[in-house]
Design a protein around this ligand. Structure first.
Ligand SMILES: *Cc1c(COP(=O)(O)O)cnc(C)c1O
Length: 467
């Protein structure tokens, strides 16, 4: 064995001790670490012939990379929809690395860690109060979950013209109906050969809403003259966290022939709260659902699940089977994740989710979700009552969009946001909503408190006076 490998193996304990201490320190002080940096990474390194060994490499990392890492998993990183990592999820993540399994088959011999994944999916179904008629798996993010679900939807469409699209490729356009899709769903359509431009855009409900207009949806469906189509519904749009009317969609599904996919990347977590679960009423009738775990479940990146009704499992295997790899066995035989999702080899992504779900249970997630919503509404209230800022939409769940009160000047808004982010105390992102530029803040982190909201609002009021 290479000498450095041998040394590192014998010093593994002291190496891991160092990393543990550093990690604990980072996590305890995360709220003091800046949310942004203007530092750059010093010039790139070249590959050493001999290598440095792990101790020296850790030193090098700490010198050049560690200082530029921002507190993106901290309590005041409100840009995008980020989340963080609960203590139990970190343990699960470490163990996933240490045991380094590759979850595939659930029966037989060899690596059977896929059973942990199956169990985790069941825990998630329970958390979301969804029926056991869904089969799911872990992928890298909601983008890949949308991709997986829409791939099966595409295969389902093919059946009506006797086509196996996975084998034969696309020959005809597939009608995609949607109102306010997340950009990643469009990206998935691009990857699937359906084309991101090939959507039939349905109107949204009038007023300050992003949810689909059921009347317009039905009118567009009628124009298709019975042709099967795919509906991409939203459970939580990114600007105003709006939800489509799933009861109405369920009614349409009884009359018309379509695949119903719901992107519930973060909005699905409303199911954890008795106060907010009404937004998801009847969502359990969808053929497929996307849920992101590295957002509101607060597990480390990369973690999302697809949930697809078990009745579609043979279509799913048609999409993801490995056509001619004899050593992988019969794709239609025993269940094997290898033939059920885009990747072949994967890490045991389910383990961080399994840990956090077992550790904090339903109550833990109700409290994370309700706390974030409460803080979002509190922040929204402050903005609504302020002299300098105004809300662009009422706060429905956990995101806020706002801009400046007395000016339409986009430059001023940009200057304000860049000053705010440069304080390093908070991070927000720009947005565009109903023809207005704005700033967006999303509450998804398990550690955010009332004090954080207070602190950020104070900073905002100071900056608006300075610019
Ligand atoms: C974040 C998000 C996605 C994309 O998720 P990734 O995890 O970044 O791939 C898709 N849909 C919605 C509604 C989202 O909020």
């Amino acid at each position: 064995m290479n000498k450095l490998l041998l040394t590192d193996l014998s010093e593994l304990e002291s190496l891991l001790e160092k990393v543990k201490k550093q990690g604990v320190d980072y996590i305890h002080k995360i709220a003091e670490r800046p949310t942004s940096t203007t530092r750059n990474i010093p010039e790139t390194r070249t590959l050493e012939t001999k290598g440095l060994g792990a101790h020296e490499t850790l030193k090098l990392f700490n010198k050049i990379f560690e200082p530029i890492l921002v507190s993106s998993s901290g309590p005041r990183f409100w840009g995008y929809v980020i989340g963080g990592a609960t203590p139990a999820s970190i343990i699960g993540d470490w163990l996933a690395t240490i045991y380094d399994q590759n979850p595939q088959a659930i029966n037989g011999e060899g690596d059977l860690s896929a059973n942990i994944e199956i169990e985790t999916i069941k825990l998630l179904l329970d958390l979301f109060k969804l029926p056991k008629s869904y089969v799911g798996g872990f992928v890298t993010g909601a983008t890949m979950s949308n991709f997986t679900c829409l791939a099966v939807a595409r295969q389902w469409i093919g059946k009506f013209t006797g086509k196996d699209i996975a084998k034969e490729g696309l020959t005809e356009k597939i009608p995609i109906l949607t109102a306010t899709p997340h950009s990643s769903a469009l990206k998935a359509l691009a990857l699937l050969g359906i084309g991101s431009n090939n959507i039939i855009k349905i109107k949204t409900i009038e007023g300050n809403r992003e949810a689909i207009s059921i009347d317009d949806l039905e009118a567009q469906i009628k124009k298709l003259n019975g042709q099967p189509f795919i509906l991409i519904a939203s459970a939580g749009t990114v600007n105003t966290v709006d939800f489509d009317d799933f009861s109405a969609i369920q009614k349409l599904k009884k009359q018309y022939n379509f695949w119903w996919h719901t992107d519930a990347a973060f909005g699905g977590f409303a199911a954890c709260s008795n106060t907010y679960k009404h937004f998801l009423k009847d969502w359990e009738h969808a053929d497929s659902i996307t849920i992101d775990c590295h957002k509101w479940l607060n597990v480390p990146y990369e973690s999302a699940v697809f949930l697809i009704k078990e009745v579609h499992s043979s279509l799913q295997t048609e999409c993801f089977q490995n056509p001619s790899a004899a050593y992988l066995g019969n794709p239609m035989g025993n269940f094997n994740y290898l033939n059920f999702l885009p990747e072949n080899s994967r890490r045991l992504k389910a383990l961080p989710a399994w840990f956090t779900l077992m550790a904090y249970g339903k109550d833990g997630y109700t409290s994370i979700v309700e706390n974030c919503i409460r803080l979002a509404k509190q922040f929204g209230c402050k903005i609504d009552q302020s002299a300098d800022f105004k809300l662009l939409a009422p706060v429905r769940l956990n995101t806020i969009i706002f801009n400046l009160k007395h000016t339409e000047n986009q430059d001023k808004l940009t200057v304000f946001l860049s000053h705010l982010n440069r304080t390093g105390k908070v991070f927000m992102t720009p947005t565009f909503y109903k023809n207005q530029y704005g700033i967006r803040a999303a509450f998804v982190n398990w550690r955010t408190t009332d004090d954080d909201v207070e602190l950020v609002f104070k900073e905002m009021n100071q900056i608006i006076r300075l610019i």
